[in-house]
Design a protein around this ligand. Structure first.
Ligand SMILES: *[C@@H]1O[C@H](CO)[C@@H](O)[C@H](O)[C@H]1NC(C)=O
Length: 292
């Protein structure tokens, strides 16, 4: 999941821990209206939302000012909320139970915000009812894929007999809960900014998010972005051959600076294209490696 320890070392953005947990909480638990604090104003990465715990806030006596982003993972025997070995949405490389991982304790953690606040448990059907007619998209690398699959599994466990249709295109997977009119999508983008095939090779364009890339993003009600894991890769693991910073195209550059440039481009895209009255934007921070 999300690596808390990177929060302060990032230096570019305040990395938002547990963004997906926060999204689920904000959307399904009555800690705020579905659009509470939505959108991004000012500096996109600094969006740290203070949601007031509402009446649906669970047994939260003494909880007056919920900050979803400060807290810890605590052990809870009531979890996991789904069994990955019987979830049809999980990619085989992430299906640890099916492939024989013996321990289970790692599945039984839940996010506990500080300040004496408890989050109500996730309820899949309630989530779907609240999200009726909405489109949710995860945009990013395989961490986004993990989140996408987890959300689908959480929902599938709650409404396993309902009609769920799936579509797959290059870079885009969609699952639609037809009975609720809810679409959940995964848009694969390792760097968020464009990579263009040119004669010299693949050029990572730090200042460009083209319309072709982002046309679909604009139609969403919820966008959960993520990028980090690919920025320091070298050799065959690197996803580009050249990097373009302004007018300069080079074989390499300071990677943190490249990351900063790309996230600045992304933040500008959000400011120019997202209607905060309609669309809620989350940025999911850095992740630890999940491949051996
Ligand atoms: C599921 O929904 C799709 C799209 O509305 C529809 O075409 C299909 O017949 C439905 N399948 C079932 C089993 O109800």
């Amino acid at each position: 999941m999300v690596c808390e320890t990177t929060r302060r070392s990032c230096g570019v953005l305040i990395v938002v821990a547990a963004a997906a947990v926060a999204m689920l909480a904000a959307l399904s638990c009555g800690v705020g209206p579905a659009n509470a604090g939505g959108g991004v104003n000012g500096n996109a990465g600094r969006q740290q939302r203070q949601l007031k715990a509402g009446s649906g806030g669970g047994s939260s006596s003494g909880c007056s000012n919920l900050n979803l982003y400060e807290g810890s993972w605590v052990y809870d025997q009531a979890y996991p909320a789904y069994d990955s070995s019987s979830c049809p949405f999980i990619a085989k490389e992430f299906d640890c139970l099916k492939f024989g991982r013996p321990d289970r304790r790692y599945l039984q953690y839940r996010w506990q915000p500080g300040g004496g606040c408890n989050l109500p448990r996730f309820e899949g059907e309630k989530f779907l009812r609240r999200m009726e007619g909405k489109k949710i998209m995860f945009v990013g690398d395989s961490l986004s894929m993990n989140q996408y699959e987890s959300l689908l599994c959480l929902l599938h466990a709650a409404v396993s007999n309902s009609n769920i249709t799936r579509q797959s295109q290059p870079y885009l997977s969609t699952a639609t809960f037809q009975d609720y009119g809810v679409s959940i999508m995964l848009f694969t983008s390792h760097y968020l900014v464009d990579i263009e095939e040119q004669e010299i090779g693949r050029v990572l364009k730090l200042h460009s998010i083209s319309d072709a890339t982002s046309r679909l993003w604009r139609q969403m009600d919820f966008l959960v972005f993520n990028t980090w894991a690919w920025w320091y890769r070298t050799g065959p693991q690197k996803g580009w051959d050249y990097v373009q910073d302004g007018e300069t195209i080079s074989e390499d550059m300071d990677r943190m600076l490249a990351f900063k440039r790309a996230l600045t481009t992304w933040a500008k895209w959000v400011e120019a294209n997202v209607n905060a009255a309609k669309t809620t934007v989350f940025f999911q921070g850095a992740s630890p490696s999940h491949y051996k």
